[in-house]
Design a protein around this ligand. Sequence first.
Ligand code: PRX
Length: 656
Amino acid sequence: MSQTTIESILQEKRLFSPPAEFSQQAYVRSVREYEQLYDKAKANPERFWAELAEQELDWFQKWDTVLDWQPPFAKWFVNGKINISFNCLDRHLTTWRKNKAALIWEGEPGDSRTLTYAQLHREVCQFANTMKQLGVQKGDRVGIYMPMIPEAAIAMLACARIGAPHSVVFGGFSAEALKDRLVDAQAKLVITADGGYRKDNIIPLKEQVDRALADNGVPSVQNVLVVQRTKQQIHMEPGRDHWWHDLQQGASADCPAEPMDSEDLLFILYTSGSTGTPKGVVHTTGGYNLYTHMTTKWLFDLKDTDVYWCTADVGWITGHSYIVYGPLSNGATSLMYEGVPRPSNPGCFWDVIEKYGVNIFYTAPTAIRTFIKMGEHLPKARDLSSLRLLGTVGEPINPEAWVWYHRIIGNERCPIVDTWWQTETGGHMIAPFPGAIPTKPGSATRPFPGIIADVVDLDGNPVSGEEGGYLVIKHPWPGMLRNVYGNPERYRSTYWEHIAPRDGQYFYFAGDGARKDEDGYFWVMGRVDDVISVSGHRLGTMEVESALVSHPSVAEAAVVGKPDEVMGESIFAFVTLEGNYSPSDTLIDELKKHVVKEIGAIARPGEIRFTDALPKTRSGKIMRRLLRNIAAGQEVAGDTSTLEDRSVLDKLRGGA
Ligand code: PRX
C-alpha cells in the first residue's frame, strides 16, 4: 500500500452508523446483538457452529464430532455426510424457490440468460452425467478454464454433485500457468470454451488449453469439454475434445447428489505466496458450505427478495464463495456478468444495476478507483435506487474511495461492508455486520463470530499502537483451508510456523500487517511478505522473477510493487542482463511479452529497469525494501549499512 494511503487511513476518524431503516430489518440489529453472538461463539465455538450447521444446512447423515483439531490440521463435522450441490439446488426445489431465478447472467456483447433453480438443477444433473459418461469418478480432479458464463457455475456444481474436486483456473492465466496447475492437480478432465469476451477482445481459451496439453504436457488429462461461446474456428482433437452441447443434449437429468464425507475435498484453488510455485489451497465440503452460507447470509444481510451481484470472476475465491456457493446455498438470486468496465462501455456496471434492480453489490477497491476516474456523471445518469448494501474486497480500501462509494453509488443510504479475507480462509473473516456495526472508512471493523483474530508480534504477544503487527487467527474455523494440495509440510510452514506455537496455542499467519484501534476495529495495512496485489490480483514477486529469468537474456531479476493510484500496485522489475545482451526498448517489450506468456496478462510488468547489479546484503540477499523505495521514486529509507556495495544504490537512484 502506498505511503499516502497508509497516512490517510491512519488519520481516518469518521464513523458511519448503520441507517436506522436498514438495522430495523437486519438479521443482527445492534452492536449489543453482534456482541452477544460473538461472545456466544467464543465461549463455545463448537456448539455455536454445530447449531448453525443443523439449522441452516441439509445433511444426509449427522456428524459425530464437531471439530477434530490436531494442530495444524483440522476436521469439521467429522463423519457427517453432505453435498454442497444438494444444498445449493435440490433443497430449494421443494419450496417456492423452485421457479425463482438462481442465476441471472448478462453477457458482454449484451446477450443474457436467466436460470431458475429448477432449470439450473436440471443443467447441473445433465452435466454431471456427461462427466460420468466420460469416465469421471468421485475423487477425480477436474480443471475448469472458462469465461464468465453460466456453464462455469454449472460445471462447478456438477463436479461437487459427483464428488469430483474442481480446480478453477482464471481465464486470464497463460497456457504455461494453466499447465502447471493441471499437472499439480493431476486433472483428468478439462472444461473450457472456444473463447471468452474480455474488454472487446476474444481470449482464445481453447487454444491455450491445446498449448498446455501439447506434447503430452499434462498426461493425466483424458478429455476436454468445450462450450461454444464465441464461435471462432478452433481445433478439436479427435477422441479427446468434445462439444459441451453435443454431450449435454442426450444426457439424463437424473443424477442424485453423491453423499460426500464432510471432509472430502471440494476444490483446489491455486494462489500465490512469497516463495516457490503457486500453492493448491485445499477446501473441503461441510465446513466450507456452512462458512460461506453464514457469511453470505449475515454480512450481506441477504433476503429472499434480493438481487445480489458480486463482480468477481469465478477463477478467484470470491467467485467460488460469493457468486456460486454462498448465495445459492441461501437460495438467493445471484447475478453473473461477463464484462468489465472498459473505455468502450465505461458505464456498463451501472447499466446492469439499473437493468436488474440490483440490491446488493460487491466489488473491489481497484474497480471503485477506476469508476472515480471515469467520472461520477456515469453512475449519476443511472437509476441506482435499488441498491441497499455495498461490499468491497481484495485489498485495503483508501478512505477517499470508500467515501466516494458511499456517497455516489450508495447515495449515503447503503452500509459499506469491507470484507477482509483470503483464498485460504474460504470466507469473510473480518467485516461489519451491516445493520449493527458503525463503520470507519478503511477499516474492515470486527471479526465474524467464531473468529478469534488478533494483531501480534513475532513471539505471538498482542501489540497495540499505530505501528501494528501481524494479523493472526487463534482458533480454527469451518471455512479454513485444510492443506496445501500434496504438500502438508508447506501448509505447516507457510501458515502455522511463522509465529511459533506456544502452550498449545497455534497462530494462523495471514501474511498481512494490521493494527487494532481502541474500539477493537481492525485496520489491515497490506501484505508483509513478498506478495503484491495488482488490481486486487495476488501475485508472488518470485513467480514474476522466475518468469523473467527463464528468458535467455536475463541473468537476475528482482520484482517489487510500485504504488499505483488505480491498480493499488503495479509491477516494477529490476533486471540484470547476460553479458552478450544490451538494454533496449525492444528487449523491454520482449521481456514483458515473455512474462505474459509464462504467467498471463495480469502479471505484465508496468516497468522494467535494466541495471548492472542489484543491491544485496553481504550474505547475498536482495534488499527489496530499497528497491521498493526506488521504484516509488522515494528517498531510500532506513538502514543501508548491510548493503554490500553502496555504489549500486547510487547508480539505481540515478536512473530513477
Ligand atoms: O492482503 C489481503 C488482501 O488480499 C489478500 C488475499 O488475497 P486473495 O487470497 O487473492 O483473496 C482475495 C479475495 C478474498 C489478503 O491477504 N485483502 C483482501 N481483502 C481485503 C484485503 N486487504 C484489506 N482489506 C480487505 N478487505
